[in-house]
Ligand binder design. Structure first.
Ligand code: MG
Ligand code: ZN
Length: 221
């Protein structure tokens, strides 16, 4: 035990240092960077598709996709009109700052306003590795169940935004919105929240308006 703790701290501090380097690159290019986290199947890629389509002609979006295998999600983002870079983690269950740094080498930030990093689907360790992004966005969805804030407090506590996706399924799945939101409120009081459906488009305009404002204000700052 006495040996293990310092090793973990050292690894995290190297990651933190690289994350700061990544952030400096985003900052100097005036590019807002988001870290999308979620469990598998919550709809991160679907939300990215809606975002790319919805902000077409207004915001130039680049996407870095982290998956254990395949480039399926990067292909979807590219098809929607984003510049997409795929990172295959080869088994790792989260992205880290080194992986993002290598992806940034392939991305022309001067041609972009916004970079969305789609993390590996996992509600545990992605929250522990800084990437150098300005905001972290948790995509939750109704079929996962309303107990997730209680079961994964580390994830819900650390994020800047919670997007609740698949609200069109509310009549069909056992999901108590009040209970879910109470859990969020305890861990992360006042966190920005959106309720939407990537399938029906309900709630998407409010998300797009918020994001467009974030990008604009970041450029002006
Ligand atoms: Mg995905
Ligand atoms: Zn992991």
């Amino acid at each position: 035990m006495t040996k293990r703790i310092p090793v973990v701290e050292k690894i995290l501090s190297v990651n933190d240092r690289l994350a700061l380097e990544n952030q400096a690159r985003f900052d100097s290019a005036g590019v807002l960077a988001l870290n999308f986290m979620a469990s598998p199947g919550a709809g991160k890629t679907a939300l990215i598709e809606q975002t790319v389509k919805g902000l077409q002609g207004q915001v130039r979006i680049g996407m870095i996709n982290g998956d254990i295998a395949t480039s399926l999600d990067a292909d979807r983002a590219q098809a929607a009109g984003a510049t997409a870079i795929q990172i295959n983690t080869g088994g790792d269950c989260h992205l880290d700052a080194v992986m993002v740094q290598s992806a940034l080498a392939q991305l022309d930030l001067t041609a972009l306003d916004l970079v969305i990093i789609e993390n590996v689907g996992n509600l545990v360790c992605p929250a522990e590795f800084k990437l150098g992004t300005h905001r972290s966005v948790l995509v939750a969805s109704l079929p996962e169940g309303d107990d997730k804030p209680y079961k994964y407090p580390g994830m819900y506590r650390g994020v800047d935004v919670v997007v609740i996706n698949k609200i069109d399924l509310l009549p069909y799945v056992p999901f108590r919105m009040d209970f879910f939101k109470k859990g969020i409120e305890v861990l992360n009081p006042g966190v920005t929240q959106f309720e939407l459906s990537c399938r029906t488009g309900e709630g998407i305009p409010a998300w797009l308006a918020w994001l467009e404002k974030q990008v604009r204000e970041f450029k002006e700052s």
